[in-house]
Design a protein around this ligand. Sequence first.
Ligand code: FRU
Length: 494
Amino acid sequence: MTSEVLQKARDFEAHYGPHIPEAERPAFHATPTIGWMNDPNGFSFYKGVCHLFYQYHPYSNEWGPMHWGHLTTRDFLHWERLPAALAPDREYDAAGCFSGSAAELSDGRQLLMYTGVRRDRDEEGFIRDVQTQCIALGDGVNYEKCDLNPVLSGPDLPPGGSTVDFRDPKIWQEPDGTFYAVIGNRTDDGSGAILLYQSKDEGKSWTFVRTLDACHNQYGKMWECPDFFPLDGRQVILTSPQDMNPIGLEFHAGNGTLCLIGDLDPDGSFARKYTQAVDYGLDFYAPQTVAAPDGRRVMIAWMQNWATVGAKPDQCRWFGQMTLPRELSIRDGRLYQLPVRELERCRGQQVVHRFIPVSGEVNLPGVQGRVLDMTVTVRPTGGEIYRWFRIRVAKDGEHETIIRYKPNESTLKIDRTRSGLPHDIVHTRSFLVRPKNGELKLRVILDRFSVEVFVNDGEQAASSVIYTRQEADAITFEAGGQALVDVEKYDLKL
Ligand code: FRU
């Protein structure tokens, strides 16, 4: 039975969603049907089709009582819109259906596991969230919340675990049929932990297994949206810490992302070996992965930052978009990410320039546009080393988004100060890169409202949203000193 609250959201999005012209959306990045989007949820395959749900408030371009919006895709680039899947319509989720995940059950139904949030007064009379884990079962379009809800709540927490911050279950099934879920929790040291639970009855009842890893106030505070998966012979944890303090140029202040690479000990516990940021740009949070049927591990994230969500075009009718889905791998203890290979099928005409000496600002014939896939390799000319190299994209007389490399510092900087967001927010971010034999390779993916940079064949990625008017489509190259540059550019046809 569709509740009144869900029906209202479905009627609203069906009526107003189609009013938004496709040209006012990104060409291939997922956006909400209407209103607000945050975290990706339930990124999973069901009956051979990839489903992506998302944190959704259809009625405004701001966060509000969370629903789950729903999209499907067959190529990670084209998105079909389905009606909203969940609404906050029960006592236990009246304050929101927060983030979660999805899986296919043996009886052919699709399981959604999410965090139900209700509001309660604590001992001091303050209103607090109570977060529990809930399930809903359905056919890929309509879902029934389970009578057993919540399936995990306060009594299921290990000692010291907080019921205010207990959220974002990510589930998976092992070959023996057992389901597991990792869930974020705040512990009694005030910082985050990732709890592992197990279910032998396809999600109806759960038992606590262990704390998989914990923050101990080292990487931010509360750890949101955990994910846990095997990759290239190792185990990976992804999580999104709140209240980070910067650590050099690796982690910035505020909401960050953290990748922990390690191994499983024989007793099943996680031994952490390497840590890094997931993305080094301005807008990236709450990544979630899916194991694709062809063996790829594909990650998608909310291409936004909680600190800057007030910076949006006036009266926009959609806000929030997902990153381009990325294929993950591990090399030398580092997480690599590359745009899904399906993007290459969308490449149109190729423009190539090789070994171009660049000093003053230059345009190269055929190199412009706002929906494109461009790889730029920069190296010294053999003479004096250049001091800096700049790529400017989404450029006209007033606007530009700058990608700047300084070889003597090995830093790459994204600067979107003049990218259509006239708000006093953080507009620049720098990070350390590792040139190979004196060369740096940058793959720049532009969609209408974003710039994603992949460094050295996926060794690092940096994502930023921009709202520059679409007519600003010039691209230029410039060096302090002289650099030798290759450019290979494709328009993308979706
Ligand atoms: C992360 C997050 C999640 C929560 C959701 C609420 O961005 O705070 O922890 O489930 O957003 O919309």
